[in-house]
Design a protein around this ligand. Structure first.
Ligand SMILES: [Zn+2]
Length: 113
């Protein structure tokens, strides 16, 4: 049910932005979803179809881009994507700390007609 609220918020933002831009139709919405977020693409699409019925966003295409979880190394201060195994810094070998990227969900861009 998490996607219900998330998608409702998303639709509100998209419609508001499109209105500001004076758009008559929204054709494409690009979304970024973190690897670690629990958002399911299909659920977002399903709720999106419901919420946009009768709006200028009806029938818009949703494009999802997954971003990998990023870790931060306290030792040398670098950020790195999660290695294939473990969470160790590729530079110094100390264990990295998970950053917020990878949990995110946001709108990258909106294409309107
Ligand atoms: Zn390091």
């Amino acid at each position: 049910m998490h996607e219900y609220a998330v998608t409702k918020g998303l639709v509100n933002i998209v419609l508001e932005e499109a209105q500001k831009a004076g758009a008559s139709k929204i054709s494409l919405i690009r979304l970024v979803i973190g690897d670690l977020s629990t958002i399911i693409d299909e659920s977002v699409q399903m709720y999106f179809n419901i919420f946009t019925e009768g709006t200028i966003a009806e029938g818009a295409r949703l494009e999802f881009r997954r971003v990998y979880a990023k870790f931060h190394c306290r030792e040398c201060g670098i950020e790195f994507e999660k290695p294939k195994t473990g969470f160790d810094c590729p530079n110094c070998g100390k264990m990295g700390i998970l950053t917020d990227s990878g949990k995110e969900f946001y709108i990258e861009s909106i294409e309107v007609d």
